[in-house]
Design a protein around this ligand. Structure first.
Ligand code: ADE
Ligand code: ZN
Length: 336
């Protein structure tokens, strides 16, 4: 199974670039930027990565991101993740980045986007991994702040495909961002959002009906409302599920209790993703490996999950079909 998963062509659709910041690279960048971090060793960092909820994690995640100051830092962070994609047979990835985490510290939008997008261009050329960018608004900040970010993004519109909504979910419902989503869509961005990770099913309804999202990040709590499950199926929307993130943030107590298979059985279009791999103990392939073992998934289930990852990506039809053919060829050869 492990070999089958490692070689399975796949896409990753839920990934925060700031969440790929491995301790070794964090030390290297902190040192060259002469920034103090509150850890002396990789072991100390790893010890600190135990979380009781989303907020607990976010406090540490924003602190880690604060050593990124130069365009080259964003380049190195992104290229390092894309190299891991190449090693795992992730053929395509849709990368979220949080501009406000950086612009609030005085780093320009241009620094962030140029570093990330240059790494994406190089990875496509050198590693054959394709990527699209999702600009995520921080939901604990105001809608006015999100509008500022939207405005800053406009000169770089050609580099950004979609918008997302992340950070502290509880108390920050999707409706708070109604107007900025409307304006972002008018600018050509595809609307996506985290919903139902810690928040109630009502937040998923709002993300669907008010923000008019095209894909749901997480969506676990949608299962509490059968009408909502029907609606998601009716709209043919995918859920970007993150098994190891869910156990690390106590959204799910144990992987054996994870609802992923139940979601599939209900007809939901599920994909498997790593969310913040440097913090949650595994890259995307580890997520596939661990959830396969915990839920005893078949090769056909894994094929379906990989198929969804291309099918529900934001790629154009021609590119989707190219990747789907590659996947089908692999699966056919492995099954015959
Ligand atoms: N930012 C990074 N990871 C996140 C998650 N799992 N939920 C919300 N915001 C995030
Ligand atoms: Zn996320």
């Amino acid at each position: 199974m492990k070999k089958f998963i490692n070689n399975l062509p796949k896409a990753e659709l839920h990934l925060h670039i700031e969440g790929t910041f491995e301790p070794a690279l964090m030390f290297e960048i902190a040192k060259r930027n002469k920034i103090e971090i509150p850890y002396k060793s990789v072991e100390e960092i790893e010890k600190a990565y135990h979380f009781s909820c989303l907020q607990d994690f976010l406090d540490i995640y924003y602190q880690g991101a604060s050593v990124l100051t130069k365009e080259q830092d964003f380049y190195d962070l992104t290229y390092s993740y894309l190299q891991k994609c190449s090693e795992q047979n992730v053929r395509h990835t849709e990368i979220m980045f949080d501009p406000q985490t950086h612009t609030d510290r005085g780093i320009t939008f241009e620094t962030v986007i140029n570093g990330i997008s240059r790494a994406c261009d190089d990875a496509e050329e050198k590693l054959g991994v394709t990527s699209l960018l999702i600009m995520s608004y921080l939901r604990h900040l105001s809608e006015e702040d999100a509008f500022k970010t939207l405005k800053q993004s406009l000169p770089f519109k050609d580099k950004i495909t979609a918008i997302g909504l992340d950070s502290s979910e509880k108390g920050n419902p999707p409706s708070k961002f109604k107007n900025v989503y409307e304006s972002s869509v008018k600018e050509g961005y595809i609307p996506l959002a985290h919903a139902g990770e810690e928040g109630p099913p009502e937040y998923v309804w709002e993300a669907l009906d008010i923000l008019k999202i095209k894909r749901i990040d997480h969506g676990n709590n949608a299962l509490q409302d059968p009408k909502l499950v029907n609606e998601i199926n009716k709209r043919d929307m995918a859920l970007t599920v993150c098994p190891l993130s869910n156990t690390a943030l106590k959204v799910v107590d144990d992987l054996k209790d994870h609802p992923l298979k139940k979601m599939m059985d209900l007809g939901l279009k599920v994909t498997v993703n790593s969310d913040d791999p440097a913090y949650f103990g595994g890259q995307v392939n580890q997520n596939y490996i661990d959830i396969q073992k915990a839920l005893n998934l078949s090769k056909d289930d894994l094929y379906q999950l990989a198929r969804n990852s291309f099918q529900y990506s934001l790629l154009n039809n021609e590119k989707k079909q190219r990747y789907l053919s590659e996947l089908d060829k692999y699966y056919f050869e492995m099954s015959s």
